[in-house]
Design a protein around this ligand. Structure first.
Ligand code: SAM
Length: 311
């Protein structure tokens, strides 16, 4: 059974948020800058990191008078504007609240009714998910037993995994470093294999995987990716070495990228690759179809590009 969901994006990365939503949804029914409406056959909207609220659509009306009565044990109503409208959110909340039977509880309601409106259409929804950094923060880079300066924060690792669209299956990270992507894959219930050439980093990655109890699903192999040949995966998800804090082992950056992009075809038909610049041209030249490329700031000063590719 499909659930029709209203996904209200976080303001800072709306294009990426749309790509993330598309990767996990079964079908996107409506696309806008700040939101999407999409069918989901499962609960994977719970893993989105660039969506602020994921809400089940209860009704879509152009006049609140047309809203059929709703009934909940207890409820609260919140309104958000999604377009150029100066409509009063307080008034919308009162009007919608008047059509709901049940006790108003602003602190701890059974159902949080969210109304999204551009002044012409009212999407009346029930919130099922609200993004929170709290759970992800347990695994933030400096809360792990092994710290590495190039490690990805859990939010970005999860975003890359989400962009792969893999919900069950096996992931390969050919440049796994301290295991940021593997760790998050394990938490999502995926199996993950990482390749890392630096022995001390492999030990550290294993420590991190063991500490967060995902070492039964994730493994790290101490090898040079260009000299490793083993297995097919549902997707490659990786954050490339870029030669500042991350080692290149005497190779030139472009040579390493070109050879590894060619080699990735042996292991998967799908790849989500994060890099220090737009690598679309090189990816295309090495046989990948680039379905999307997005730039974003990992933190205030560090810009990265993410490429969604298929064979
Ligand atoms: C940007 S870091 C990955 C960080 C990782 N995503 C994390 O969250 O910890 C890239 C890693 O690639 C490794 N590396 C560089 N060249 C390699 C190669 N040829 N084969 C395997 N690993 C390599 C580096 O030692 C480095 O740890």
């Amino acid at each position: 059974m499909c659930m029709k969901m209203f996904l209200f994006f976080k303001r800072e990365h709306q294009k990426l948020a749309m790509a993330e939503a598309k990767s996990l949804a079964n079908k996107v029914l409506k696309e806008a800058d700040s939101f999407a409406i999409a069918d989901f056959k499962d609960q994977s909207f719970n893993r989105l990191v660039l969506t602020r609220y994921a809400c089940e659509v209860l009704a879509t009306v152009s006049r609140l008078d047309d809203l059929c009565p709703l009934k909940f044990k207890s409820f609260a109503v919140r309104c958000s504007r999604i377009g150029d409208t100066n409509l009063s959110c307080g008034e919308v909340e009162n009007q919608v609240g008047a059509r709901i039977e049940g006790k108003v509880d602003l602190e701890n309601p059974n159902v949080l009714v969210r109304v999204f409106t551009d002044g012409k259409t009212y999407y009346v929804t029930k919130q099922l998910f609200e993004y929170s950094e709290k759970e992800l923060n347990f695994r933030r880079v400096n809360a792990r037993p092994f710290f590495h300066p190039t490690s990805l924060q859990p939010k970005w690792a999860r975003m890359l995994l989400n962009l792969s669209g893999v919900k069950k299956g096996q992931i390969l990270d050919p440049f796994c470093g301290a295991g940021g992507i593997l760790l998050e894959a394990g938490i999502l219930g995926l199996k993950a294999t990482g390749i890392e050439k630096d022995e001390a980093t492999v030990e550290g990655a294993n420590e991190n995987l063991w500490f967060f109890k995902v070492d039964n699903r994730c493994k790290v192999i101490n090898k040079d990716f260009l000299e490793w040949n083993d297995g097919k995966f549902d997707a490659i998800v990786t954050d490339l070495p870029y030669g500042k804090s991350s080692l290149l082992f005497g190779r030139k950056l472009d040579e390493l990228y070109e050879k590894s992009f060619r080699k990735m075809h042996e292991h998967s038909d799908k790849a989500v690759i994060m890099g220090p610049r737009d690598l679309s041209a090189l990816l295309k030249a090495t046989g990948w179809r680039v379905e999307g490329v997005f730039s974003f700031y990992v933190h205030r000063t560090l810009q990265r590009w993410v490429h969604i590719c298929s064979s």
